[in-house]
Design a protein around this ligand. Sequence first.
Ligand code: NAG
Ligand code: NAG
Ligand code: NAG
Ligand code: NAG
Ligand code: NAG
Ligand code: NAG
Ligand code: NAG
Length: 776
Amino acid sequence: MKKNHHIIVFFFSLFLIMRLGSFVSCSEETKVYIVYLGEHNGDKTLKEIEDHHCSFLHSVKGTTTSKEDVRASLVHSYKNVINGFSAVLTPQEVDMISGMEGVISVFHSDPHAIKLHTTRSWDFASLLEGTPLVNSREELLKNANYGEDIIVGVMDTGVWPESSSFNDEGMGPVPKSWNGICQEDVAFNASHCNRKLIGARYYLKGYEAFAGPLNETRDFRSPRDVDGHGTHTASTVGGRRVSNASAIGGFAKGTATGGAPNVRLAIYKVCWTAPDQSLTEGVTCLPDDTLAAFDDAIADGVHVLSISLTFQSETKYYTEDPIAIGSLHAVKRNIVVSCSAGNDGPTPSTVANVAPWIITVGASSIDRVFSSPILLGNGMIVEGQTVTPIRRRRLHPLVYAGDVEIRGTTASNTTGTCLPGTLSRKLVRGKVVLCINNVREASMEVKRAGGVAAILGNSFNEIQVIPFLNPATVTFLDGLKTIVAYIRTEKYPMATLVPGNTMIGTKPAPVMAPFSSKGPNVVDPNILKPDITAPGFNILAAWSEASSPLNMPEDRRVVKYNIVSGTSMSCPHVSAVIALLKSIHPDWSSAAIRSALMTTSTINNAVGRPIKNATGDDANPFEYGSGHFRPSRAADPGLIYDATYTDYLLYLCSQNIRQVSSYNCPDKVPAASNLNYPSLAIANMRGSSRTVTRVVTNVGKDNSTYILAVSSPPGYIVDIVPKILRFSKLGEKHNFSITVTAQSSIESRNEFSFGWYTWSDGVHMVRSPIAVSSSA
Ligand SMILES: *[C@@H]1O[C@H](CO)[C@@H](O)[C@H](O)[C@H]1NC(C)=O
Ligand SMILES: *[C@@H]1O[C@H](CO)[C@@H](O)[C@H](O)[C@H]1NC(C)=O
Ligand SMILES: *[C@@H]1O[C@H](CO)[C@@H](O)[C@H](O)[C@H]1NC(C)=O
Ligand SMILES: *[C@@H]1O[C@H](CO)[C@@H](O)[C@H](O)[C@H]1NC(C)=O
Ligand SMILES: *[C@@H]1O[C@H](CO)[C@@H](O)[C@H](O)[C@H]1NC(C)=O
Ligand SMILES: *[C@@H]1O[C@H](CO)[C@@H](O)[C@H](O)[C@H]1NC(C)=O
Ligand SMILES: *[C@@H]1O[C@H](CO)[C@@H](O)[C@H](O)[C@H]1NC(C)=O
């Protein structure tokens, strides 16, 4: 602790120096950069490694800078598995270091803000398993010993250790392989770790080098979570079974449970309250802190890493993305890394965390709605949803926000959106107000202006519920139109909200979440991303008691469980299943586990129809990857597409990244699409045809025969040879080749076209999506 204080004081002054620097020296702007040097070759002591890192700084700052100042510019030195460091550098120094021997990449540690946009999700996941897997989830859990031998690292905003979800009752001793620590500091000591929460660390040096000292009235200088996001994701992976859990108002009541209730959790806090006070929401995470967390987590001995963060920025290279770099080193040690795809949908080409050694998870809905109809004065009932407590009231006058705005506060494109400060108190007091968008600010504006309740419009077929502070219900586009028409034709329009009610199984699910980031993959379109989808819409899990359901200063409510949405919520669902699969198949590689998850997933909803997106069209592989996960089926996939660390290094050769380890790229590097991936993408195919290869390994039964089925993408013919694979023993491998030929009639050449192929032995269905585009 003492040592930490030194560092903190020290970086505070560093920050001041940086700021002063911009006045004193003429122009040179200094920033924190990460210098990535690949992997350690194991021949140096920790001291020698740090000296080596400093030697880079000496050689660029050397002659005019004292030894102490050189060392002071070093922020992180990665010593365990990842070789590299972060330091305060000028653009000239960056140029010089970039050209030095052994340097793979130098990139700005650009802060990233995350904006946040279970009782039911596990039962729902079982529904999709299909027959004859009755009780399959309980069986899966039992076979995996509820995950008790597996350690999952969660990189996020920390944890609220007092949550019942993290109790360790009845759990065995901490696995002997564990090397981690329980880092003590503000409001966090060793007694906060237990046999469930076996480790906790925090990473603040990069944050403080960027933003100055942490404002300790706004966050805890420790692994403690002030936000709620980290507590939610950790409890989704591995929360214990807690009965009678519900969101505020009693919504979604039931037994809250993580996907692997006895898994061990190790918390790595890398995200902090945003430094800018004007930001009332969101957290800031620094790439160099995140890389430091990877370096520790790998050495600590985690088996799975669950990362609900994205750092993808304008520069789109694997070697400039801390999660891609960190997870490559993790995968070398067979740690499975599962990441959120991002919340930037439905815009195409937004998917993040796209490295092929990562499992990239999109988000979709479950079959639960929080029904809260709107009753109009003419007796009509309009469908609505809410998780805001509403008392039944009499009818009140109803107005459309666009008719009750203060003149001059809205532009034509913001009319009716209830932006802060736009509504006239005089016209709104005592009324129900219809706003056309579903955001918490809109409901708060109605409250501010004295409205009794808000009706909010939602432009998608799925409603993201928010625990508003004042009575508010969200309705679909159709409902919105109905209500507007009623207001326009009725002299005295009236309405009231009917209290909400949790309902299950009343509508087809899953539906893709509109915010779930979409492909194609912008780093390498020859790797199909996302990989899979899982529940991420209106998910109940544990929350930080230092936060509030809305996570806004105006909201003073304290809750133990909260409902939120995002790919941040779907990623830990998949991480939990990975932990169970690791327990059942300790010998499987991370690629094998991903393959099992992907090839057994489904593209149909619970009533057997194609999964739709949130505007009612059939969703495609750029939205759900291989489909919605089916945990029990993933335990017995039949065949797997395996890949080793060396395969990833060979793949990196195709991306012109050649120095991560001592591996030598061959003279003739295979095209990226040849990576033995469980899905197939061929982007910008030139010429009329392309052939790639795949290898499958038998993990089903000794003697089995798999027969091929193919659905070619429109405009292409897919030919796979051979069409029958005969296995006589477990572990046996077979190659096959896939030739994709463009038909001359092909209309739109740049658009991707989708298809699939499946190997089946009558018991297992091993399915792979195909995405192809070609350039003229
Ligand atoms: C650790 O924290 C707990 C709970 O806040 C407190 O009761 C306990 O005294 C602390 N232990 C030490 C050694 O500081
Ligand atoms: C720290 O945050 C609090 C609460 O937001 C604020 O009042 C205070 O001014 C901040 N302190 C600094 C040094 O920014
Ligand atoms: C469940 O929680 C509610 C409050 O949300 C409480 O009124 C009720 O008594 C609890 N039931 C049990 C069995 O603990
Ligand atoms: C749904 O899919 C259609 C067709 O691919 C697309 O045009 C639309 O934008 C998608 N909607 C969402 C919300 O993703
Ligand atoms: C409205 O239009 C203005 C000017 O074109 C733009 O800057 C603003 O972002 C728009 N606002 C919304 C909510 O679309
Ligand atoms: C698999 O087939 C071979 C040859 O047909 C036979 O010798 C062997 O016993 C079979 N193994 C099993 C487990 O059925
Ligand atoms: C699969 O193909 C690779 C190279 O194309 C070859 O080295 C390997 O031996 C083949 N494996 C099998 C099982 O045929």
